[in-house]
Unconditional design. Structure first.
Length: 85
């Protein structure tokens, strides 16, 4: 059973929100410093969470790769081929 993603763990949503924040800065002729600070803090939190999520995704891909390689080795052994062949 797959774990439900909590707020901030969805990479696509994080990137979408970061794009919105960037758009907000781009659209301002005169930036409200207080609002800008809030948005920068939110962006930093999103970036940190996104990095963690990317690392988790990378680890999952590596695990799948190891499983596939192990399956390939087991098939070679089962068919009488040496692993190094």
């Amino acid at each position: 059973m797959q774990k439900e993603k909590t707020a901030g763990e969805n990479l696509t949503e994080n990137l979408k929100r970061l794009s919105e924040i960037t758009g907000w800065f781009d659209s301002q002729e005169e930036i409200d410093v207080e609002e800008g600070l809030k948005k920068v803090k939110e962006a930093v939190a999103l970036i940190k969470t996104s990095r963690e999520r990317l690392k988790s995704i990378e680890n999952q891909f590596e695990e799948i790769k190891r499983e596939v390689n192990l399956d390939d080795e087991n098939e070679k052994i089962g068919s009488g081929l040496e692993v190094g062949d």
